[in-house]
Ligand binder design. Structure first.
Ligand code: UDP
Length: 372
């Protein structure tokens, strides 16, 4: 055994775990299938702009320990995500707040907005929201549901809103103030120098091998270390023996434009059903936007099929119960521990991934010291 830990995957989970283990005197080898580290937070520099290659990532958290942790490695700018919804050329502020309600109904006071929404909830006759459509109707009413939620969500998930779980829409704040900040968390920003700076700092001094497919030569790699932290797809680890876990995948069309400012904000969501993309990200707005040109990415949500890049886990009942079967198999593995978005099949925000990696590190590195 040459290493204490083999870490499969150089994304956030793997990088945080590797840092923690290394700092506690463990030897680690990180192997990564892609040609770069960072997983889906990786950015590519184009025209001097950090382009979020795998979709826009805005760091936000209410976990003080996580905020303190990331600030040990990088500083954050003061970026606040205020995306705009574009419904057939009508523009609405997101998340749903007094600016949205005013534009939709002309209401001015929170009282008037609540009144309008409660009328619409009454009309819909919902008591206990059982799916995303009912949840959306009871949070913001039918007008907002139809213009700003239904089309976007059905494009995003490729499913009818009635067939989606309510929790997806509960991610979004609904506010009765004139506040366009997309997140409720007290801490938010983009790492100064981009996300690669965070990953580079986490992996500083740690051995990393890129372009390396663990599953292609699993027994060879397993020989290398006492324990394996596996952050790839859990079903792939088991050769899909129980079946494929489903995802939504994304496709990006990235263009360099010879203009200084294309859309005036980092994110514009196209919430109608007809526009084929879900949103356009203009990357320079995440940082200092001093570059003469701009880079935009049109984002298309696509049905995932085996071999495609997995992005969003489809957390419906069928997939959840399949995941549980894989979890049972995973528990029987004595040497391999599963973590991260793909290892745990979870719709994970970055801060939660870091928190989970820190907990795992604490648990494993602590357990080792226990005299069993
Ligand atoms: N959503 C919507 N309209 C929007 C933005 C989001 O209906 O303009 C819904 C949609 O169902 C989406 C969910 O809210 O899946 C969560 O959005 P979020 O921005 O949190 O998604 P993510 O950041 O994971 O892409």
């Amino acid at each position: 055994m040459r290493y204490d830990y083999l870490i499969v995957g150089a994304g956030l989970f793997g990088s945080v775990f590797a840092r923690e283990a290394t700092d506690r005197g463990k030897t680690c080898l990180v192997i990564e299938k892609r040609k770069h580290t960072g997983g889906n937070i990786y950015c590519e520099q184009i025209e001097g702009i950090n382009v979020h290659k795998y979709g826009p990532h805005i760091f936000h958290t209410d976990l003080e320990n996580v905020w303190e942790y990331v600030n040990r490695f990088v500083s954050f700018n003061r970026f606040t995500y205020c995306p705009v919804a574009n419904y057939k050329g009508e523009l609405y502020n997101l998340p749903f707040n007094m600016n949205t309600f005013n534009r939709m109904w002309g209401v001015v006071t929170p009282e008037e907005a609540r009144q309008k929404i409660s009328e619409q909830i009454k009309e819909a006759g919902i008591k206990e929201p059982a799916n995303l459509e009912e949840q959306a109707l009871s949070l913001v009413g039918r007008d907002i549901y139809e213009k700003l939620i239904k089309g976007y969500t059905e494009k995003q998930w490729g499913r009818d809103c009635k067939d989606l779980p309510a929790f997806i829409i509960r991610r979004l704040p609904v506010r009765f103030t004139y506040d366009n900040n997309y997140f409720n968390h007290p801490h938010q920003g983009i790492p100064i120098g981009g996300y690669n700076a965070l990953i580079d700092a986490l992996l500083d001094g740690i051995e990393v091998q890129l372009n390396t497919d663990y599953l292609a030569e699993q027994s060879y790699w397993d020989e290398m270390a006492d324990k394996v932290i596996y952050t790839g797809p859990i079903d792939a680890f088991f050769g899909y023996q129980e079946g494929y876990l489903e995802y939504r995948s994304l496709r990006f069309e990235t263009e360099i434009l010879d203009t200084e400012n294309f859309q005036g904000c980092a994110g514009m969501n196209y919430t109608d059903r007809e526009t084929p993309w879900t949103r356009i990200t203009e990357h320079k707005h995440f940082e200092y936007r001093t570059q003469p040109k701009t880079v935009i990415s049109k984002e298309y949500s696509v049905e995932w099929k085996p071999g495609d890049e997995p992005y969003y886990p489809v957390n419906d009942e069928k997939n959840q119960s399949l995941f549980q079967r894989y979890q049972m198999l995973a528990r029987k593995q004595s040497k391999v521990i599963f973590g991260g978005r793909l290892g745990e099949y979870r719709y994970y925000d970055m801060d939660k991934v870091i928190d989970s990696a820190l907990r795992m590190a604490k648990r494993l590195l602590w357990e080792e010291r226990m005299p069993y």
